[in-house]
Design a protein around this ligand. Structure first.
Ligand code: S3P
Length: 176
């Protein structure tokens, strides 16, 4: 299988993976997949319900399960949940099965984007703004170790058009 057959978008919550993923899939004529949506479908529950009833550990196992199913497919763009690359050997699996793009965004910009969107994200709910920024800075420090293993790091604050153009160029010129 060619690594260009699977394009993974990785990065923190709010970095724009889903919007960009849909657009890229359309441009590449690939299918679009979202690991959170696949888990919700498999479990018949929302991510928030899974966190609340089964706990985070259970959710992380489901993410791994979904990842192992996703890599069997071809011609797909996958928007991964923000934590997915940071658990188990998921990042190694991503790297050996596809091309990955890390959408890098500063905590301040992320906070701006996530305002009013915390409800469907269990890790963010119940946190006040100042607390949220500090928590995000800490999480990013930990998670950047994983995210930075991506094939490419892209400035996620660019416009959607610019981002998709740059990513398509990288995919087309990739010869690894
Ligand atoms: C999470 C990110 C979420 C979702 C879950 C946990 C995380 O996905 O998987 O709420 O650990 O960062 P998005 O990045 O799509 O919001």
């Amino acid at each position: 299988m060619n690594r260009k057959d699977i394009i993974f978008l990785i990065g923190f919550m709010g970095s724009g993976k889903s919007t960009l993923g849909r657009k890229l899939a359309e441009m590449l004529n690939y299918n679009y997949l979202d690991t959170d949506a696949l888990i919700e479908e498999m479990e018949g529950k929302t991510i928030s319900d899974i966190f609340e009833n089964e706990g985070e550990e259970y959710f992380r196992k489901k993410e791994k399960e979904i990842l192992s199913q996703v890599i069997l497919k071809e011609n797909i763009v996958v928007a991964t949940g923000g934590g997915l690359p940071c658990f188990f050997d998921n990042m190694e699996i991503i790297q050996s099965n596809g091309l990955s793009f890390f959408l890098e965004i500063t905590p301040k910009d992320l906070l701006e984007r996530l305002r009013g969107e915390t409800e469907k994200r269990p890790l963010l709910s119940n946190k006040k703004e100042k607390e949220l920024l500090e928590w995000m800075e800490l999480m990013l420090d930990e998670r950047n170790i994983f995210y930075s293993k991506a094939t490419f790091t892209i400035d996620g604050s660019l416009s959607l058009d610019e981002l998709s153009k740059r990513i398509l160029n990288k995919i087309h010129s990739y010869e690894g």
